[in-house]
Design a protein around this ligand. Sequence first.
Ligand code: AMP
Length: 404
Amino acid sequence: MNPLSSPRRNPSTRSARRRAPSHLPAQDTHHVALHSIRSFLKGRTCYDAFPISFRLIILDTKLSVKKPFIACSSTVSILPCLCASSNHLPGVVSAPLWNSEKSEFAGMLTVLDIIHLIQHYYRTASYDYAAADVETFRLESLREIEKSLGVDPPPLLRKYPYSSLYEAAQVLVQTHARRLPLLDYDTETGHEVIVSTLTQYRLLKFISINCSKEIQQLHHPLRKLKIGTYVQSSDSNPTDNPFYPIATASLDTTVFDVVHKFSELSISAVPIIDENGIVVNLYETVDVITLVRSGSYQSLDLTISEALKQRSPDFPGVVICTAHDSLGTLLQLIKKRRVHRLVVVEGEEEEKKGGKKGRLLGIITLSDVLRCVIGASPPEPIEPSTSVPQSLSTPDTTNTPAAS
Ligand code: AMP
């Protein structure tokens, strides 16, 4: 029989298959499972994803940024909330802002805002000037800094807590926000009330807990699903950065150079690679803030290698995976541990084709995962402006095993 021609099927068999999705060929069960997860999200509200108990820190826009920036010993410092690493104070890495003059919500303060501020001061001022200026600098002026740096101001997002989780997920995906403030109205005063925030992580964890059966069906590999940003082949790489479009750094890069990348590209982590492109670590925005908080302003001159020594010993480690791991495996991992991003490295499959185990291949963040789960198309790659410094380094042992 010609292998390209398929035998004629009995029409009754075809309709029976349509009625029973469990008998669909293996490649279709993935799509059926995704469809089922989306239907689940359409039938649940943001309220449903709230934890049983939680705390919400709201910051007045009149508050000085001095506290987060340099006054580390102050008991009212807001930096501990912002730079608490996930293993210390899970979930507290941002805060809604409140305009008490107008009694209204004024946006979110995030780690990236603080990165922009550090970038602004480091670029434009001496330490003495910065120390004097932060005395009077208020949170409400942060948006001016973003304008002066030429970065887009974050959109003033909000959602009603009874909106469906699917709608909330769509807003998160379309606006590239990592968290969505949930606002209600006080019927007595007519004023807005900030109820909670919905993060990408909470949403994905909610899915992973409540859709375990569907998740087991999500067997398609990450790269095939275009989840994440991947190193482009040399024919389509317009730069001299061999890892384009991934922004990377080496152990010899200064923290400030990395801050610049975070601020310019609005990303929250860069893989740290050695001279062979092997991933030895990951440096994150929260690391910068922890560094500034615990040391001096000049600590931004440290190299990544020196800065990593100041990382908390209970840092949970860098999560790596290969492009062949499945979406289901990744969601199972999210169920078990608080993971915000994964570094994709070459594995055995790539090695067979002349690659090198452990070499950087891509990066996956929760927004990439959410985009796929919701069904939106992947974004345009971001444009790093400078080529990547390559230098000698000693492999770091903080990497944890692959996601699978
Ligand atoms: P995030 O806002 O962290 O979710 O990331 C936004 C987009 O940037 C995602 O599509 C990521 O895959 C991508 N991305 C994250 N980190 C990097 C990086 N270091 N270099 C290039 N792209 C990145």
